[in-house]
Unconditional design. Structure first.
Ligand code: CO8
Length: 259
């Protein structure tokens, strides 16, 4: 697939979606977002893709929405931009496969918000995180006020959103924004290692766990527990459940099949 603002490649069962607008630190404009949407849709459709990685390059994951583009926006065009952004984010966050954000350099504003849509965030030591929207006279418009407090708690999120200041990778790890921090030179290798652990897991159970957590967070606990029960019981109708439990009893490594 040839896209202008996204390099898309697949290695074995892992799809790598790399932002490709380095001269603007991968700032998001409608064209970048549409290319991202195409790449994400392709990952959903291609059954041999088991894990999806979102990445930038050394200096920037994504430094936010394109401020030059937004500087000309009025209320209607702000709606258009955020409608598109939210649609792409929904596709990313609802992907039926695990997603990993491999973050190096700046992950700011809309860039951090895309990373928040991923299941796992692996950060290089040089990563810088922030929601600087307040410094531009606006607030986060791609889920920052919603997803960030859910992930790191209201206290830490409020500080980031009110002050608009940037934090480094260690601080991001400390507040639970990222799962791990690794040296920049090891970022790709660590992401590959994490992805291969996921590939070894039963795909349907991973999907069920993702649905249970993502949907569960927005509904009352009682309903969430019922949903978990349904998904748990549904998995007893799969080959993978039989294989997983037989392998345990036979003291061998399970060989999962269902994709
Ligand atoms: N938008 C447009 N251009 C940008 C952006 C951006 N967000 N970030 C960097 N650039 C451009 C610069 O203008 C510069 O271009 P040029 O060379 O043509 O002048 C080039 O990228 C390199 O950037 P700098 O020279 O500024 O590089 P520095 O190393 O000096 O600084 C910084 C790096 C600190 C990251 C700095 O570029 C910066 O502060 N960027 C803006 C960060 C920001 O405020 N981001 C939040 C934007 S608001 C937002 O994201 C709202 C989201 C709304 C939802 C969208 C739906 C998904």
């Amino acid at each position: 697939m040839k896209l202008k603002y996204i390099n898309f490649r697949r290695k074995d069962s892992v799809a790598w979606i790399q932002f490709n607008r380095p001269e603007k630190l991968n700032a998001l404009n409608p064209n970048v977002l549409k290319d991202l949407e195409t790449a994400v849709a392709c990952c959903e459709e291609e059954h041999f893709v088991r894990v999806v990685v979102l990445m930038g390059y050394e200096k920037a994951f994504v430094a936010g929405a394109d401020i030059e583009h937004m500087s000309k926006a009025d209320v209607n065009s702000a709606y258009e931009l955020t409608d598109l952004g939210l649609r792409v984010q929904e596709r990313l966050s609802d992907l039926s496969k695990p997603t990993i954000a491999a973050i190096s350099g700046y992950a700011l504003g809309g860039g951090l918000e895309l990373a928040l849509c991923c299941d796992i965030r692996i950060s290089a030591e040089n990563a810088i995180f922030g929601l600087p929207e307040i410094t531009l006279g606006i607030i986060p418009g791609g889920g920052g006020t919603q997803r960030l407090p859910r992930l790191v708690g209201v206290g830490a999120a409020t500080e980031l959103i009110f002050l608009g200041e940037m934090i480094n990778a260690d601080k991001a790890k400390q507040i639970g924004l990222v799962n791990m921090v690794v040296p920049l030179g090891r970022l790709k290798g660590e992401v590959e290692a994490f992805a291969s652990k996921l590939i070894d897991k039963p795909a349907l159970a991973l999907r069920a766990a993702k649905i249970a957590m993502r949907r569960g967070i927005g509904i009352p606990l009682k309903e969430g527990l019922q949903m978990e029960q349904s998904l748990f019981c549904m998995l007893f109708g799969t080959e993978d459940q039989k294989e997983g439990m037989s392998a345990f009893l036979e003291r061998r490594k399970p060989m999962y099949r269902e994709k």
